[in-house]
Design a protein around this ligand. Structure first.
Ligand code: ZN
Length: 517
């Protein structure tokens, strides 16, 4: 079977996405993660487009990587100058990176409307740029921009561009679906034509039709030997092809042995690492690596998975470093409760827990996204729960002034280990003010609570269908930098519901430490 090269474009194309920004140091950390994952080529950017890129290439030039090679990115020469007089190509030639990826035009529409060069001049630009970099001792990857649009408009010319690049010495010619406008069948047809013309071609897809991964797979089936993509599919518009899913599919479904089992086991960690660094909440529904990718809710599913995981799972989650999650629900029953309690080292009466969960769900609770609160419930049932403090009272004042400014102030009165604490804090809203006041008191005894971050706050009004009157459900996600847990509060009053979720989130942070687990 042909060896497929994995080419990561997170640091260049991925950074085109809205709100994507990393410092040079952070980019270096990403490269090390990608290296440990076993990615073959990492595109770092254009070596001198700005001071940040210069700093990055300087850092990279002093590093050693075990698996990956660094590719510098640039363009074919400008029109009207020779390749050896082109400033951009000179930068690439002078860069330490052993691989240069250059992009050039394929689509006649762009030649006419955008760059205003003749088709023949464009072919010369491709050939001369590649030949120049080859003469400088570089390995060259050629990105054929808008290849598929160009192929649909004028297949002969698009193929001539690709063949010209291969003949000029590009080791791989990459077919780019730059506008993300192609369907898998179109990718297959065009890639099959290319396969008849040149030896090595790659694929670079965007996700505008949500076909980024499917298109990449279609190209591999047609003979592509390099796949470009970004971690978690980040990138401009709707993103690039998601390299995480591509790796999962190529290796676990198509039998390509690209990574060692140990490397593949890092897939989830690497995907989450990139999200965390970009300050993005990892998508729980992301295939292979999402928190819910192997989550089971229905009672029969849970029982089936316990008996034989293949009944309701497409693969063993541990292969990609993910884990099975059994969601708690009145549908689930004994098996889930038993498994969760076992994982925490707790002994509980499963029937009683289920009765309790049912009663709470009737009152508006939902524990699927509130694993932290469910853990506390299990600890209470197991008799190993210790409250963090005893409440005397809390209060919250929200004041809007004539100038439109809104001020929030909260006061809490609590007892911790017999001592009374009274704290007042301001915040940008009631939850923030209560959180500040409460943590101001608690961090005197439990300093590590200061590191917690409330990362997500969701409020939902539940209607009266359950006969209890309208109530508010608050879900809070809290992170300590290593893991994220959810907590829940339900009350007719939104601030009281928030308080409850807040207390659960802090207590969940404390419980394992207290038990020494
Ligand atoms: Zn792209």
């Amino acid at each position: 079977m042909t060896t497929i090269e994995l080419y990561d474009a997170t640091l260049r194309d991925g950074m085109q996405g809205e709100g994507m920004s990393l410092t040079a140091d952070e980019k270096l950390r990403v490269v090390h993660q990608l290296d440990a994952l076993g990615i073959h080529l990492v595109e770092a950017g254009f070596p001198s487009s700005n001071p940040k890129e210069i700093e990055l290439f300087d850092l990279l030039s002093r590093e050693r990587f075990r698996h990956c090679e660094i590719a510098a990115f640039g363009m074919t020469r400008r029109r009207g100058v020779t390749a050896d007089a082109d400033e951009g190509l000179a930068v690439l030639a002078g860069c330490f990176a052993p691989v240069c990826t250059i992009v050039g035009k394929t689509w006649r529409l762009h030649l006419e409307k955008v760059v205003r060069v003749t088709p023949e001049e464009n072919l010369a630009m491709i050939a001369e740029s590649i030949a120049f970099l080859r003469a400088q001792g570089k390995r060259v990857i050629y990105d054929a921009e808008h290849f598929f649009d160009g192929f649909r408009a004028d297949p002969d010319y698009a193929l001539r561009c690709v063949v010209t690049a291969a003949e000029a010495g590009a080791e791989t010619v990459v077919l780019c679906d730059t506008n993300g406008s192609s369907l898998p069948s179109q990718i297959s047809a065009a890639a099959t034509r290319v396969a008849a013309e040149i030896d090595r071609f790659g694929i670079h897809c965007h996700n505008d039709l949500e076909c980024g991964v499917a298109n990449s797979i279609a190209a591999v089936e047609a003979g592509a030997v390099q796949v470009q993509g970004t971690m978690n599919g980040i990138g401009e518009r709707t993103g690039n092809a998601n390299l995480v899913s591509i790796i999962g599919n190529l290796q676990t479904k198509m039998g390509h042995e690209l990574l060692t089992p140990e490397q593949l086991g890092r897939l989830t960690e690497t995907a989450h690492f990139v999200d965390e660094l970009l300050n993005r909440t990892p998508n729980p529904q992301q295939p292979y690596v999402g928190k819910n990718a192997f989550a089971h809710k229905g009672g029969m599913h849970v029982a089936g998975v316990r008996a034989d995981a293949s009944t309701f799972e497409h693969m063993d989650p541990e292969l990609v470093g993910n884990e099975r999650a059994l969601l708690v629900s009145e549908l689930a029953g004994r098996a889930t409760v038993a498994e969760k309690a076992e994982a925490l080292g707790l002994e509980v009466d499963a029937e009683r827990v289920i009765e309790r969960v049912k009663a709470l769900e009737h009152a508006g609770y939902q524990f699927e996204a509130a694993d932290g609160s469910f853990e506390l419930l299990l600890r209470k049932e197991a008799g190993v729960y210790e409250p963090l403090f005893r409440l005397e009272s809390w209060r919250c004042i929200v004041e809007q002034r004539a100038d439109g400014k809104v001020e929030t102030e909260a006061t809490i009165k609590i007892f911790v280990d017999g001592e009374r604490y009274v704290r007042t804090a301001e915040g940008n809203g009631p939850v923030n003010a209560l959180d500040r006041a409460l943590r101001d008191a608690l961090t005197e005894i439990h300093p590590h609570l200061a590191d917690l971050e409330l990362v997500n706050f969701k409020v939902r009004i539940l209607d009266e269908t359950k006969g209890t009157g309208a109530v508010t459900r608050v879900l809070l996600d809290t992170s300590d930098g290593r893991e994220v847990w959810g907590s829940i509060g339900v009350n007719e009053n939104v601030i009281a519901a928030s308080w409850q979720a807040l207390v659960d989130s802090l207590e969940r942070a404390m419980q394992p430490a207290r038990l020494g687990t």
